[in-house]
Design a protein around this ligand. Structure first.
Ligand SMILES: Cc1ncc(COP(=O)(O)O)c(C=O)c1O
Length: 414
């Protein structure tokens, strides 16, 4: 790869100047932020939008007759429309504001509970984040439904052939991530959606690691649910969204009860609001819901295809440089990867956190540990990995610094 190619795609220095945190030094070195899969840094436009909201518009939404409340309501509903457009949902009422991917998946799991019978089955995969495992374990335990897993092959890709054996007329839902947070592996969601639909099952896509990097079109995908978190795509923490097909969301029970989600409340019963409000009980995270729209404006100002292409080049350069080192194991080394690459030093007694600490001394932020994916770690026979994950502002020079620090780790720990 030509390390200068990125210059032809985007003005990297201009983009870097949008992120004030990149002026920071860590342990005397300019910060290299390769922990974007855990949480992204925030561009100035997002920081300014938070400030602007609280300085000029702050009020509760939907209920107020006064000007500030109406302004805040319009801003939040404009943001919902931006999200609708971002994922190409048919209707804005199919976009539900949540606290993030975890809450979105829990919403579906708990709201499906009344529909589940003991003979029903849910299929997930061995490559899920805990937030796409535990809610299904809990709901299956409460209903008697069975939880089944698509296994992972030795090359770190899903054994998709096994899906045919797992699916049957009792399968109610298949839930899978589009991109693995632990390994960066891209899963064949097109095939999964097609097979699941043939069997009559709904499909939930965990897009926490794809939404920041890959253009999403829920109508083209034909998924029934899709979830992502704002904080992984330039927005603040505590905001995310759940997309659901309108006709399916209408079949689900409310998740939380309270204000906003009701039409009428009587002493002995209540009636519920139309979508999306039926699933948005209580005062929402108004500022973050609004600013998620600003984060989408930031993405749109560069273009998702340009972002994807740039990050892909950084990732492929990292994979190539890591594979040049004999002491490094790269997980999913031949798989299609997006956004992240996961590795370990093949040296006795070395824990990923040992490497993470040496990298931190050099100002390089990576994630080490099990990445909330303990079943994958068990499958790989490791306690954890070192994960470098990328964003629009990363450069090949930063990757070179990572490789130098990995070489230093090999010398120090070997
Ligand atoms: C694939 C995947 N799913 C779900 C989550 C949970 O996201 P959140 O903690 O923002 O709810 C994450 C977070 O790392 C993730 O990477």
């Amino acid at each position: 790869m030509n390390p200068n190619k990125e210059q032809t795609l985007l003005n990297i220095q201009k983009i870097r100047s949008e992120f004030p945190i990149l002026n920071r030094k860590v342990n005397g070195n300019p910060l290299v932020y390769f922990d974007n899969a855990a949480s992204s840094q925030k561009p100035r436009i997002v920081l300014d939008a938070i400030d602007e909201y609280y300085k000029n518009h702050n009020a509760n939404v939907h209920r107020g007759i006064h000007t500030l409340s109406q302004e805040a309501t319009v801003m939040m509903e404009n943001s919902r429309e931006k999200i609708r457009n971002f994922i190409n949902a048919k209707e804005a009422c199919e976009v539900i504001f949540t606290r993030g991917t975890t809450e979105s998946i829990n919403l579906v799991a708990y709201s499906m509970e009344p529909l589940l019978k003991p003979e029903d089955e849910i299929i997930i995969t061995e490559i899920e984040h805990h937030s796409n495992i535990v809610p299904w374990q809990i709901v299956c335990k409460r209903t008697g439904a069975k939880l089944k897993y698509i296994p992972l092959k030795d090359d770190c890709t899903l054994d998709i052939e096994k899906l045919d054996e797992l699916l049957n007329e009792n399968t109610k839902l298949v839930a899978v991530n589009q991109v693995s947070n632990a390994l960066g592996v891209v899963n064949p969601i097109d095939v999964i959606i097609e097979k699941a639909h043939k069997a009559g099952a709904w499909v939930l896509i965990d897009a926490a690691q794809s939404a920041p990097h890959i253009a999403i079109d829920v109508q083209k995908m034909d998924c029934d649910f899709l979830a992502f978190s704002g904080h992984k795509m330039y927005a603040p923490t505590g905001v995310g969204m759940l997309y659901g097909k309108q006709e399916i969301l209408n079949q689900l029970a409310p998740f939380h009860g309270g204000g906003e989600m009701i039409k009428e409340v009587w002493m002995d019963h209540s009636t519920y609001e139309r979508l999306p409000f039926k699933f948005e009980a209580g005062t929402p995270n108004i500022e973050a819901n609004i600013v998620l729209g600003t984060a989408i404006d930031f993405i749109d100002s560069i273009g998702m295809d340009v972002i994807h292409q740039h990050e892909h080049e950084i990732l492929e350069y990292t994979r190539k440089r890591l594979l040049e080192l004999d002491e490094v194991i790269v997980y999913g080394k031949d798989a299609e990867l997006s956004g992240a690459v996961s590795f370990n030093l093949n040296l006795p007694g070395v824990h990923p956190s040992d490497v993470g600490m040496i990298l931190d001394k050099k100002g390089i932020a990576v994630r080490t540990g099990h990445h909330c994916t303990q079943p994958i770690m068990r499958r790989l026979g490791v306690k954890g990995t070192v994960r470098a994950s990328f964003t629009v502002f990363n450069t090949t020079e930063e990757v070179d610094r990572l490789i130098d620090a990995v070489k230093l780790s090999i010398r120090m720990l070997g």
